[in-house]
Design a binder for this molecule. Sequence first.
Ligand SMILES: Nc1ncnc2c1ncn2[C@@H]1O[C@H](COP(=O)(O)OP(=O)(O)OP(=O)(O)O)[C@@H](O)[C@H]1O
Length: 255
Amino acid sequence: MPGDPRVTLPLIRTENLDVRQGGRLVLHGIDLSIRAGEIVTLVGPNGSGKSTLLRAMIGAVAPSAGRVVRAPDLRIGYVPQTLSTDPHLPMTVRRFLGLPHAITDTQAQAALHRAGLPHAGRQQLADLSGGQRQRILLARALLHDPHLLILDEPTQGLDQPGSAAFYRQIAAIRAETGCAVLMVSHELHVVMAASDRVICLNGHVCCEGHPEHVASAPEYRALFGTGTGGALALYRHEHGHDHHHDHSHTDDEHA
Ligand SMILES: Nc1ncnc2c1ncn2[C@@H]1O[C@H](COP(=O)(O)OP(=O)(O)OP(=O)(O)O)[C@@H](O)[C@H]1O
């Protein structure tokens, strides 16, 4: 059973995964695995394939080579970057949570509570702030008690206190439910503090390991520089940059 601590097999893994988008090879030779209960963050420059990788892992994009292997009966909760419904459509939070599959009030209430908005059920989606909308998406992803929560830049557009609060909520959910978390984040300072493992992506896995290890890895520094300022500046660079570290991996990649 996924999430059972006695089982050491990963919840999900990719084997030599290639993905093409618009005729171009966007991901190449990706081997990674996520184990029960760990928080893993994907970092990488714009266009490095982070969203594509998440979408391949949930089965929304087909691999062009290799495969994604999921534990039997794995339940994944997916939090997209933004709410895709028209935010001006009259709809309560409770009704939104019941689409497309009907749920009980108890389920809705439990998920809203876990997501940190216990009293939002009767509110209109249109009346919510950006941070509250992200929590509704989080609540929706939690409805079916996932073994693995996958979040694609969940704090995009939030201010720093809002995004720090959101990541605290994720940590609390992991502590409470034991679910694993795989997320994309551009906020390095948060990533370093909140993740058990960081995977640095640039079409391939450049390096991975404990946050401190990745931060000092040459492959990571080549992409993001050293200090926070350098890192943030380099995050904004375009994906057509020079990258001379193809397929080089850090020492603890298999740790
Ligand atoms: N549906 C699609 N059709 C064509 N090209 C696509 C499609 N989806 C993604 N791409 C291309 O694949 C590459 C990787 O995109 P992806 O969104 O996975 O990167 P990302 O690392 O998540 O970027 P960002 O940090 O900007 O969100 C980009 O060059 C993008 O233009």
